[in-house]
Design a protein around this ligand. Structure first.
Ligand SMILES: [Zn+2]
Length: 207
């Protein structure tokens, strides 16, 4: 199964020069290797005999030293993670039309309407905000290609070309400015702050 995983990676790697992909190419690859994903996930989730022993003794079941025979293999784990990351990006791409509509509404907003617009479209920002922040984090300012994933050994990564996320990127920029910079929806920010302060670990746990 490891050889099949490597050939799946290679196929994606060789598809393009420069590792910049269209969303259609990513969709195609996900579809083609979906069976492999399910097979790897099933295997990964099944415990090997040593893991079962550990579990019976109430010990952690990650085959502590990660020996090659265990199903909790790090190659399997990386493949699952990589596939999930690509899949997430294709799900976010389905928000393009909603973003397009929201952008249209934005253009018609007067200054007084902006806050209502922000409140109305918070649900879209909640879905894509964190991901877009991460995808764009390492880019230079005018590079809007979305860096969505890297293979475990860092031999290549996957960028999705900006034009496939045109409306989403425009929405993200405008929304980020109104929400994070201009703070037009402070109640929501306060809500999150309160939530985070509740789940924060006691200080001594960081030491
Ligand atoms: Zn094991």
């Amino acid at each position: 199964m490891k050889a099949v995983i490597i050939s799946a990676y290679t196929e994606l790697k060789d598809m393009n020069k420069g590792f910049k992909y269209s969303i259609a190419q990513v969709n195609w690859w996900l579809l083609k290797h979906g069976d492999l994903y399910r097979e790897v996930s099933n295997t990964y989730n099944k415990l090997c005999n040593d893991c079962l022993d550990w579990q019976a003794k109430g010990l952690p079941i990650d085959c502590l030293s990660k020996p090659v025979y265990c199903n909790k293999n790090s190659d399997f784990h990386s493949y699952i993670k990589f596939y999930d990351e690509l899949d997430k990006a294709t799900q976010l791409n389905k928000l393009e039309q909603q973003c397009f509509n929201a952008n249209d509404e934005y253009l018609l907003c007067s200054k007084e309407d902006l806050r209502d617009w922000v409140i109305k479209h918070y649900d879209i920002y909640e879905k894509l905000g964190t991901y877009f922040f991460g995808y764009l984090e390492f880019n230079s300012k005018d590079d809007k290609n979305l860096h969505i994933a890297e293979v475990h050994d860092k031999s290549f990564g996957v960028d999705i070309r900006a034009e496939d996320f045109k409306s989403s990127l425009r929405f993200y920029d405008v929304y980020f400015d109104l929400y994070d910079n201009q703070k037009l929806y402070p109640e929501k920010i306060k809500e999150w702050d309160e939530l985070f302060s509740k789940i924060q670990l006691p200080k001594e746990n960081y030491e």
